[in-house]
Design a protein around this ligand. Structure first.
Ligand code: B12
Ligand code: SF4
Length: 454
């Protein structure tokens, strides 16, 4: 790879609920630097760069390869159905017009819609799913002019798509170095950095794309390396808040105990938050996590009506939700419940049950989304086809939702208000106030704790 240059571009420009450090390309950068020392790698982030700045960079950079990371396809919010694809097309076209670089796409959003994005954005290659090893193999083979067939997750451009080979060789031990300029920017603008502790999700929620992106097999990452990264962030940059980006944090509790114990032993004082499932927890676990820095939990609860939870494919009940909410309160851990209202099978009765049950949950915030974004390859996709909600040929790339027939959003808002609890709908102006706390008041870490109601 002597003299070869790779640019990794984060195409994400969304600042809602806050701008997110492009951790995917940082993992790629760290891995490739370790395995391909002769490859010169740089990073560009469209949150810091204009399109004309990108054009200039492409003209002057002489990059052999440009990898573009596509994180979000849309806001996954049925109340604002803006698609980000035109913005990504502008970026990929800009790279094409101003360079002769080989263009490779990847990222969480790309991994959900690989074929259709290849046909719209017309890169040379795409890699769906975990990117580190597949990208290394691709670059090495391209450099040696070798056949690239058989690389896991790879999809070729120029109409040569073919069937994507599924991932089966996963990585266990991953180092992570943050880009200095970017970590300063995101610490300043988001008050939070991010790191992964595990990949994959073994659950089967009917609407969820996470197992499609990361795989069903849960892979835990090296705890020593994670603790080292946290210690470096804290020591070198004074960063004291991170989000563990795992699809679900509390999947593998023996591993989580090891991680928490190592963080405590290291003496690193760093707060953290993560997505949790509201079951598979105990008082002892929460106490240990708290000691290791756990400050907030975002529960993927989705409904407060057990019948509805089961319809969504959840294997817990409202009793679990209540029990674990009370446990969080007891251990002084902030917690919010993320909900899907008006999803498959929701009726006025199940909605009213959710609202009634919310009154039993103390000092929390409820973030409801309306309807379910339909993602290709999920059980919901099949159901929606069978019900005639979408056609077999619909790519679903345009923001497409399953909202149960007869669902009444205004009634839903009214019932929510009547509970007297903190219900924050996606179009609530309170989001603006949270932004103000972050940008003007320079508040770090969590913000929604101010919205909690008893
Ligand atoms: C954690 C998370 C969050 C956290 C992030 C916290 C933080 N500080 O980082 C929070 C809660 C804030 C959040 C918010 C949102 N999120 Co989110 N989030 C995730 C989640 C679970 C993990 C993302 C992550 O960091 N993964 C870890 C990194 C290492 O993986 P990665 O980026 O995918 O990178 C790997 C590969 O994709 C690949 N790769 C990446 N780039 C490239 C580039 C090339 C060239 C190649 C070859 C490979 C490659 O290699 C990498 C290493 O293996 C994903 C779901 C998932 N399981 O992926 C959703 C996900 C990305 N989020 C999603 C959405 C929609 C959002 C929000 C818009 C939701 C909202 N309305 O608030 C916001 C947007 C935030 C923003 N400003 O961008 C969607 C995007 C799909 C879509 N519909 O567009 C996802 C996919 C979930 C879903 N619904 O399916 N999110
Ligand atoms: S919703 Fe959460 S628990 Fe369910 S499949 Fe998706 S990531 Fe896993």
């Amino acid at each position: 790879m002597k003299g070869r240059k790779l640019l990794l571009v984060s195409a994400n420009r969304l600042a809602d609920p806050y701008p997110v450090y492009p951790i995917g390309i940082s993992y790629l950068h760290t891995y490739l630097s370790g395995h391909m020392p002769d490859l010169e790698i740089s990073m560009a982030d469209m949150n810091l760069l204009t399109i004309s700045g990108l054009a200039e960079l492409m003209k002057s950079g002489n990059f052999d390869y440009v990898g573009v990371s596509l994180r979000n396809i849309d806001g996954a919010n049925s109340l604002d159905r803006t698609s980000f694809i035109p913005g990504y097309k502008e970026i990929v076209d800009c790279i094409r017009e101003n360079s002769s670089s080989v263009i490779i796409l990847g990222g969480a959003g790309f991994s959900i819609f690989p074929e259709v994005l290849m046909s719209i954005l017309k890169p040379d290659y795409g890699i769906a799913g975990e990117g580190e090893e597949s990208l290394r193999l691709l670059l090495e083979r391209l450099d040696r002019d070798e056949n690239v067939d058989g690389i896991e997750g790879l999809i070729k451009g120029n109409g040569e798509e073919g069937k994507i080979k599924e991932h089966s060789n996963y990585l266990k031990s991953l180092e992570l170095s943050f880009n200095e300029t970017l970590s300063d920017f995101y610490w300043e603008h988001s008050g939070m950095l991010n790191i992964q502790t595990k990949r994959g999700c073994c659950y089967n929620c009917i609407y969820c794309s996470y197992p499609i992106i990361d795989g069903r097999k849960v892979r835990t990452l090296d705890t020593d390396l994670i603790v080292d990264t946290l210690a470096r962030l804290n020591r070198d940059k004074g960063i004291n808040y991170v989000f563990f980006t795992d699809s679900v944090f509390n999947i593998h509790n023996s591993y989580n105990v090891e991680l928490a114990e190592k963080i405590i032993k290291s003496g690193v004082k760093i707060n953290w938050g993560a997505y949790f499932s509201p079951h598979n927890l105990t008082d002892e676990l929460l106490e240990l996590f708290k000691q290791s820095g756990l400050k907030h939990i975002e529960f993927g609860t989705e409904s407060l009506c057990t019948e509805q939870m089961h319809r969504y494919g959840k294997n817990f009940s409202f009793e679990d939700v209540l029990l674990n909410s009370e446990r969080c309160l007891k251990h002084n851990i902030f917690y919010a419940h993320f909900l899907i209202l008006g999803g498959l099978g929701e009726s006025e009765r199940t909605l009213r049950e959710t609202m009634e049950n919310s009154k039993k949950i103390r000092f929390s915030v409820f973030f409801p989304y309306i309807g379910m974004r339909i993602y290709p390859g999920t059980p919901l996709h099949r159901i929606a086809i069978d019900m005639g909600v979408v056609s077999e040929s619909d790519t679903l790339l345009e923001p497409t939702y399953y909202i149960e027939k007869g669902f009444d959003l205004e009634l839903c808002r009214k019932l929510a208000e009547e509970t007297g609890k903190a219900w924050i709908f996606p179009d609530d102006p309170l989001f603006g106030q949270l932004d103000y706390m972050r940008t003007t008041k320079k508040k770090k870490g969590l913000i929604w704790e101010y919205l909690r109601k008893p």
